[in-house]
Ligand binder design. Structure first.
Ligand SMILES: [Zn+2]
Length: 368
């Protein structure tokens, strides 16, 4: 590992970014799904900064056992290393993850997207519980009542939970709006839903832009699938479309490469070529102004099937692209990113495909 570290340091030379750390993560037996996502999140600088702040402000004790604390501890460990490069074992984090969710306990191949989703929601849960606990601690005047009911209990059976805007929301949350137009009375009904990532259906020889266009294309609801119009008070034919109402700060795009094939009775990996640009314009928004994004991380699935294979990640840090493969970290050329678009032919020796894309919104003073 010393040799690999020095190789990366040599490659970067004088350009090694001040204060930055590039550490590989040890694999504990099929934990590459976790390592690849953790690297992408570590190089999501606004998210990393929030976690480091969280760690510093909460003075987490060694035995604090929730995933957020373990993640904050891991990121702090990486960022405070004396050496610039090397390998770290995310042992506590992985142990905690397996304890918390039996899905991730087996040695079978895991899904990186499922893990990312689980992790972000866990962090939100913990932050909400902590905020709630702090609040009820403030509100509880009598110390006797405080011990009897406890802040956690008060939360568990308390009234309707108000949505707290945590830093996970601030970074990742976007809002979709589902517009339905009744074809009889022309009334448009809009329903909003929030998201942390967009899961896109993919097609052969396509691009993220065309997948997003399909995502927002107009769908007609008819026959068995009519829409109940409140104004007509009956089922009516309608047109439906999904648009982005609030583009997130960090746009996470999940390509649906694992598809259930009915005839086979199992999942199949789609190795389709889907071009993802370094700079993305989001045009399926409610406001017509385009939102511009820059790609900063890609979680790559390596392998031909859904149940085996490997995950690695590509990360942009201070204008250099790095390749993270568990313990190993290498520099790669920006032009190498396109080798992860996928294959134009069904059978190809190249089985490394972009699976989760991380884009950062431009023009908000957030650039790393
Ligand atoms: Zn109507």
């Amino acid at each position: 590992m010393g040799a690999a570290g020095s190789k990366l340091e040599k490659a970067l030379g004088d350009q090694f970014p001040e204060g930055e750390r590039y550490f590989g993560l040890e694999n504990f037996g099929n934990t590459c799904y976790c390592n690849s996502v953790l690297q992408a999140l570590y190089f999501c600088v606004p998210f990393r900064d929030q976690l480091l702040d969280y760690y510093a402000n909460n003075k987490i004790v060694g035995d604090e056992d929730n995933l957020l604390a373990c993640l904050a501890d891991l990121f702090t460990q990486i960022s405070s290393q004396k050496k610039k490069t090397g390998v770290i074992a995310p042992k506590r984090f992985v142990q905690r993850l397996k304890k918390q969710n039996e899905l991730f306990r087996s040695y079978m191949h895991q899904d990186a997207h499922e893990f990312l989703n689980f992790l972000l929601n866990e962090i939100v849960d913990t932050l909400e519980k902590e905020a709630q606990a702090a609040k009820s601690e403030q509100e509880t005047s009598s110390p006797a009542e405080k011990t009897a009911n406890g802040p956690h209990k008060a939360h568990a059976n308390g009234g309707p939970k108000e949505q707290l805007d945590t830093w996970v929301h601030k970074n990742f949350q976007g809002i979709l709006t589902n517009e339905t137009r009744c074809l009889r009375c022309e009334t448009v009904t809009a329903r909003d839903e929030t998201f942390f990532d967009l899961s896109l259906d993919i097609e052969q020889n396509s691009s993220i832009t065309s997948c997003l266009k399909n995502f927002s294309s107009t769908e007609t609801l008819n026959a068995e699938d009519k829409f109940f119009c409140d104004k007509c008070c009956s089922l009516q034919e309608a047109q439906k479309r999904m648009k982005i109402k609030k583009p997130p700060q960090i746009l996470v795009i999940h390509l649906k490469r694992f598809k259930y094939i009915e005839q086979l009775g199992r999942y199949k990996k789609l190795s389709y070529r889907v071009v993802f640009p370094l700079e993305l314009k989001l045009s399926n928004t409610v406001e017509d102004a385009d939102s511009e994004y820059s790609l900063f991380a890609v979680v790559v699935h390596v392998g031909s099937g859904p149940n085996h294979g490997h995950y690695v990640s590509l990360v942009k840090s201070h204008n250099h692209w790095l390749f993270f493969d568990d313990e190993n970290v290498e520099m790669i050329d920006e032009s190498a990113v396109q080798t992860f678009f996928g294959s134009a032919q069904e059978y190809s020796s190249n089985t490394d495909h972009g699976y989760i894309l991380f884009y950062e919104r431009l023009g908000n003073g957030h650039m790393s």
